[in-house]
Ligand binder design. Structure first.
Ligand SMILES: Cc1cc2nc3c(=O)[nH]c(=O)nc-3n(C[C@H](O)[C@H](O)[C@H](O)COP(=O)(O)OP(=O)(O)OC[C@H]3O[C@@H](n4cnc5c(N)ncnc54)[C@H](O)[C@@H]3O)c2cc1C
Length: 390
């Protein structure tokens, strides 16, 4: 088996890379460990930056997103018993779109398969070889048989626990990591959102986020301990906690509904440098993780593959390797700014177990400043809607 670009992972990064390359006449094969149903049903991110929306439209997969995605022109910050709006449109001229990762994944898989693209689902024991030479290879098993896929380049789009980053010699990789002393307990519930826009709550009981996937589907989160036991959180307890952290009239308006999914997500910041090793490129969560407070994970994955698709297009069109060599640095500049923003939002809104009263006062002062100053709210808004792509 042979292709131009072998891609490991059919998450947003791998699928979008395959689609962008296809539109430039470059052939790919995607190897995905899970089944199509599993990948399409995995509930994760939901907020798309304007640049990501533009990229998906350019990639010809934006039709359903334009139809059912919810355009949000601001968010609310809730603290000290009051809610304050950050008006993205007025401050930056831009907006974000709420469109679930599950839907985006379905659109991308549908587009790839309709165009005859090759995705090998349930590929087992994928391994990465010879990426320091001209002809890298991917080995895998499918249906009990061993296969070899030889290619010109490998897209390592296999997420945080994937095989690509793990195949890089340890001394070639530098990693930076921060784990946070809390996690998010999230539920997807069949109930209308309590507000048209996302509400980020700073509260003495801990952070809460009120978000949505559609006009009838809410996605709600509460800060919890990293080792929290989900069994101790029946739905009724979660709704009580959400109401307590939201407070005011909104808490009374919050309607409970059946939960369709319930999970605990750890909070971590992680970056691996560099993002290229010979002919292997890491993209998306394979190279970096952000805490979800800034809604940046999926957007960073999209930004990486945009840079990568350009670099590979230039190579196949002219043989030039300039953009390939610049790939890692170009991505990391954006990655670190998104890390900074995600860390800052996380620090401003969560309750840290070891905090001192002084820290509490600083946190409130920061929120007061961010919501009271045009300069500070513009800084939040321009990062949230996404820094320019270049
Ligand atoms: C529980 C959870 C909640 C999240 N919530 C948010 C959120 O609210 N907002 C936000 O912005 N971001 C969120 N994120 C992050 C966001 O979902 C990711 O940043 C995004 O999915 C990154 O896309 P990706 O394609 O790089 O990686 P992934 O989506 O992880 O895709 C990687 C793919 O590679 C496959 N794979 C892994 N190993 C192998 C292997 N050995 N062989 C073959 N295939 C393999 C996996 O099955 C997967 O399909 C969340 C992440 C998690 C885990």
């Amino acid at each position: 088996m042979r292709t131009q670009v072998g891609i490991v992972g059919a998450g947003p990064a791998g699928l979008l890379l395959s689609q962008l390359l296809h539109l430039r006449g470059i052939e790919t094969v995607i190897l995905e460990r899970r089944s199509r149903e599993y990948v399409e049903g995995r509930i994760r991110a939901g907020v798309l930056e304007q640049g990501t929306v533009d990229l998906l439209n350019k990639a010809q997969v934006g039709e359903r997103m334009r139809r059912v995605g919810l355009v949000h022109e601001g968010i609310e910050l809730s603290f000290g018993g009051r809610r304050h709006r950050i008006d993205f449109r007025a401050l930056t001229g831009k907006a974000v779109t709420v469109y679930g990762q599950t839907e985006l994944t379905k659109d991308l898989i549908g587009a790839r398969l309709a165009a005859g693209g090759k995705i090998v689902f349930e590929a087992e024991d994928v391994s990465v070889h010879d990426f320091d030479r001209d002809r890298p290879k991917l080995r895998f098993r499918k249906g009990g048989r061993a296969h070899v896929l030889s290619c010109d380049f490998i897209g390592g789009c296999d997420g945080f626990h994937g095989v690509c980053r793990a195949s890089v010699p340890r001394d070639a990789l530098t990693t930076y990591e921060r784990t946070y002393p809390f996690a998010w307990l999230g539920i997807l519930a069949e109930t209308p959102p309590v507000s048209d826009e996302l509400i980020y709550c700073q509260h003495e009981r801990g952070f809460a986020l009120f978000s949505m996937r559609s006009p009838s589907l809410s996605r709600l989160y509460i800060q919890c301990a990293p080792d929290e036991n989900l069994d101790e959180w029946p739905d009724a307890r979660i709704w009580d906690e959400l109401r307590a952290r939201l407070g005011g009239d909104a808490a009374e308006a919050l309607q409970s509904g059946p939960s369709l999914e319930k999970s605990i997500a750890p909070m971590r910041s992680f970056v691996a440098e560099p993002m290229r090793f010979g002919r292997l490129f890491l993209a998306g969560d394979a190279a970096h993780i952000v805490p979800p407070t800034g809604a940046k994970g999926l957007n960073l994955a999209a930004a990486d593959v945009r840079v990568l698709a350009r670099a590979l297009t230039e190579f196949y069109a002219s043989g030039r390797t300039g953009l390939i060599e610049a790939y890692s640095d170009a991505c990391l500049r954006r990655v670190w700014k998104a890390q900074r923003f995600s860390w800052w939002m996380t620090s401003m809104l969560h309750r840290f177990p070891e905090r001192q009263p002084f820290d509490d006062r600083l946190q409130l002062a920061e929120l007061d400043y961010v919501t009271g100053s045009i300069a500070a709210s513009t800084a939040l808004a321009e990062n949230y809607v996404g820094l320019p792509l270049d």
